[in-house]
Design a protein around this ligand. Structure first.
Ligand code: GRF
Length: 197
């Protein structure tokens, strides 16, 4: 499966996907990294792997549509089949949502619909709940609202600090994202086969 990863920050999930592909756990190739932050660490990770990068600043474009049109051109050029969001801090607009319907997947660090938004790990920790978790879901036009594909609970232990809880959350993300994507891609491939028969 030819995928583009969209990311804005550190890129630890990006690296987890790269590793899973190398280890034969995820039958995909990352054809492209799309990044909206010129100083993001994820860019260095992609460079080290010699993965092509499209890094555009949305503020350089007159409209969100114009920005996404340019991203779309790159996706078409690289024959991208699935878009995998990994810490991409931007809402996806109709320019990309329509052509990639049911082909844009996100990972979010909470058990949605609880704790949507950008600070969900801290929000769950501060709320004093006994567990939070990870959600993998399709993207729609809302903030963390698309159809849920998979969820995994992560307990918040009495002995946890914010740092230890965060570390455990990320470790779970890095294990389940490649695993769930592999399942989705396999199903996609077998559905395509069925429709050819
Ligand atoms: C992850 O916690 C992911 O769930 C959220 O953004 C974070 C990205 O982390 N959407 P990284 O850049 O992959 O390290």
């Amino acid at each position: 499966m030819k995928i583009a990863v969209f990311a804005s920050g550190t890129g630890s999930n990006f690296t987890a996907l790269v590793q899973a592909i190398k280890q034969g756990q995820l039958a995909a190739t990352i054809e492209l990294l799309v990044c909206d932050q010129p100083d993001a660490l994820v860019l260095k990770r992609a460079e080290a792997e010699r993965i092509p990068i499209v890094c555009l600043k949305p503020s350089d474009f007159a409209t969100k549509t114009a920005y996404e049109e340019q991203v779309k051109e790159a996706l078409i050029l690289h024959e991208i089949e699935f878009i995998v969001l990994a810490g991409y801090m931007r809402l996806i607009g109709p320019t990309l949502l329509e052509p990639y319907k049911n082909r844009i997947i996100n990972i979010h660090p909470s058990l949605l619909p609880a704790f949507p938004g950008r600070t969900s790990i801290a929000d769950a920790f501060d709320a004093g709940v006994s567990e939070s978790g990870i959600t993998i879901h399709y993207i729609d036009e809302g903030i963390d609202t698309g159809p849920i594909i998979y969820q995994k609970a992560v307990p918040i232990l009495k002995t946890d600090t914010f740092a230890t809880f965060t570390k455990r959350m990320h470790a779970v993300e890095h294990t389940i994202y490649p695993m769930v994507l592999e399942k989705i891609f396999q199903e996609g491939a077998s559905n395509e086969k069925k429709s050819l028969n």
